[in-house]
Design a protein around this ligand. Structure first.
Ligand SMILES: CC(=O)N[C@H]1[C@@H](OP(=O)(O)OP(=O)(O)OC[C@H]2O[C@@H](n3ccc(=O)[nH]c3=O)[C@H](O)[C@@H]2O)O[C@H](CO)[C@@H](O)[C@@H]1O
Ligand SMILES: C=C(OP(=O)(O)O)C(=O)O
Length: 509
């Protein structure tokens, strides 16, 4: 029994170490012990004091044992054939943008059918710590947000804030509402390589924002006499930077022009919400946004964010890799067109219904039914672009699709220097995958997939890609430490089980 318990703790330590990208030697150095001691502990061959466990927790920045709630893992039995239909949920990225944007409004915001995911939970924790009241209203995940008269930034939940990158989007709304200078913890999130925040600072500077990076926090102050005299030209067409500029412009009582704006799905959802707050926006869906803001916003508002194109892509990839015919319902087609065009080139056949409108009355949806297809690798490399290009977050799914296609699939992720590398984990399941350089991978298909145990890489999409490959792998696979998946997907395992997958969630402790 004790032996079993030590083994499970050893597994937890090993997973946390791998998740941090550390070798046994590096962990040993951090703890002032030897690599062989770490090896024994991870194998469950050595007794551990509580003090030593706490030191592991510190070194790995992870609570190794948290009573009653260790990390979750998934046991997948494959290969699976899926059938039936599955609905796409609303998007993570609109969800987090709208939670931040609700701070612009002194009135009550209700957001309908918000994705109940960990990224949203972290932001809710941060909002609650600032005195914002939030309530889940019903089983549809409608969410009510009531901001306080005064936002108290000194009480911010730093631990929650550090686990998400989205807190950076507090800058736009808070720079107007904070009475004095304030600190915001550094943004965290997936480990995808350097993701600069400088474009955010540059976009908000014309509104008088000054940010000094101190140890662990941004120190922000605002000179309200400074207002944008000319168009704000973004140096990158980033999604969250566009959102920050939009939110700053929404509470600026004048007209602001934002050029080189992203017109991606979450930006459009934010624009539709701001319009409901009484902010006028011209150019939604284009790269020039002209925003006429208001000095004060105090309205009770109800908004339904749209469906997630990345979840839609994930579910279609699940169908493709398992060679299944399923219907993916509520696909926001404008944001999936290029992905479908590339898939079509690869030989994927599918049927689309007539278009219908999402609950926001604006976004066009369709149902997509996958048909059994023999895929071949695309002739050209698959590469993402800011919208309207192939979505950057959809690129990783082409790795697992390439694994079941005949020939060589090349992926070029020019955006993230640390995301493609995680796709090499697929080799453990039998995929012939080569990292050509940090931005490019080559997949030689078709692969004979067979089940194994893998620790989730610290990146959402690659982790889901591995899960999808496991669905198609023969035998039992174990995917460990799945928080990173729950960051962006609601109840994915159970929803896949409802259409025929065999995935069993479990914990060690
Ligand atoms: C909460 C949210 O909405 N997150 C999305 C958002 O993150 P977010 O808006 O934070 O993305 P970043 O601004 O970090 O952009 C991602 C990377 O792309 C680079 N870059 C971006 C645009 C550009 O025109 N040129 C350029 O080089 C950035 O320097 C960065 O390294 O956009 C990313 C890129 O679509 C998506 O992966 C994230 O899911
Ligand atoms: C990179 C992603 O998002 P985030 O900006 O939340 O890290 C993603 O959704 O794949």
């Amino acid at each position: 029994m004790t032996q079993d318990y030590l083994g499970r703790i050893g597994n937890l330590i090993r997973d946390a170490r791998k998740h941090r990208g550390m070798t046994q030697q590096q962990l040993a150095e951090a703890l002032g012990t030897s690599q062989s001691a770490i090896n024994r502990i991870e194998k469950g061959h050595q007794n551990l004091s509580l003090e030593m466990l706490a030191r592991f927790g510190d070194a790995l920045d992870s609570e190794i044992v948290s009573v009653g709630a260790g990390p979750t893992h998934l046991r997948v039995t494959g290969p699976t054939t899926l059938s039936g239909s599955i609905e796409v949920k609303t998007s993570k990225n609109a969800g987090v943008a709208l939670l931040c944007a609700s701070l612009l409004n002194r009135g009550r915001t209700v957001l309908r059918k918000v994705a109940r995911i960990e990224e949203v939970n972290r932001l809710l924790e941060v909002l609650n710590s600032l005195g914002v009241e939030t309530n889940w209203l019903n089983e549809h995940n409608d969410l009510e947000i009531i901001p306080p008269a005064h936002i108290d930034l000194s009480a911010i939940d730093e631990a929650a804030a550090r686990r998400t990158r989205s807190v950076i989007m507090f800058l736009g709304p808070l720079m107007h509402r904070a009475q004095e200078a304030f600190d915001l913890p550094y943004a965290g999130g997936c480990q995808l390589g350097t993701r600069t925040v400088e474009p955010h600072m540059a976009a908000l500077r014309p509104f008088g924002l000054k940010v000094v990076a101190n140890e662990g926090a941004y120190h922000a102050s605002v000179d309200s006499k400074i207002t944008p005299g000319r168009p704000i030209v973004l140096t990158e067409r980033g999604d969250t930077v566009t959102e920050n500029a939009l939110m700053a412009a929404a509470l600026h009582p004048g007209t602001t022009v934002i050029r080189n704006a992203s017109s991606n799905y979450m930006v459009q959802d934010l624009c539709f919400y701001l319009e409901k707050l009484g902010v006028a926006i011209e150019g939604v869906g284009t790269t020039t946004l002209t925003v006429t803001g208001k000095a004060d916003i105090n309205v009770d508002v109800d908004y339904s964010p749209s469906e997630d194109p990345i979840e839609a892509m994930s579910l279609l990839a699940a169908a493709i890799v398992t060679k299944s015919e399923i219907t993916v319902k509520r696909v926001p087609i404008e944001f999936m067109e290029i992905e479908l065009a590339v898939l079509e080139e690869m030989g994927f056949s599918y049927e689309l219904t007539e278009e219908y409108l999402a609950a926001n009355g604006r976004t066009r949806l369709v149902d997509v039914t996958s048909k059994k297809s023999e895929l071949k690798a695309p002739l050209d490399k698959v590469h993402p672009m800011p919208f309207p290009g192939l979505n950057i977050d959809n690129l990783p799914f082409f790795a697992v699709i390439g694994a079941v296609a005949e020939g060589q699939t090349f992926l070029h992720d020019w955006v993230y220097e640390n995301r493609a590398i995680y796709l090499t984990e697929l080799s453990k399941l039998g995929v012939d995958v080569k990292l050509l350089d940090p931005h490019r991978v080559m997949i030689q298909g078709p692969a004979r997939l067979s089940g194994t145990e893998i620790v989730c890489p610290p990146a959402l999409r690659p982790a889901v890609v591995i899960l999808l490959a496991m669905l198609a792998s023969k035998g039992t696979s174990v995917l460990r430490s799945t928080y990173v998946i729950h960051r962006g997907y609601e109840d994915l395992a159970n929803r896949l089980n409802e259409i025929g997958a065999n995935i069993e969630p479990f914990r060690d402790i």
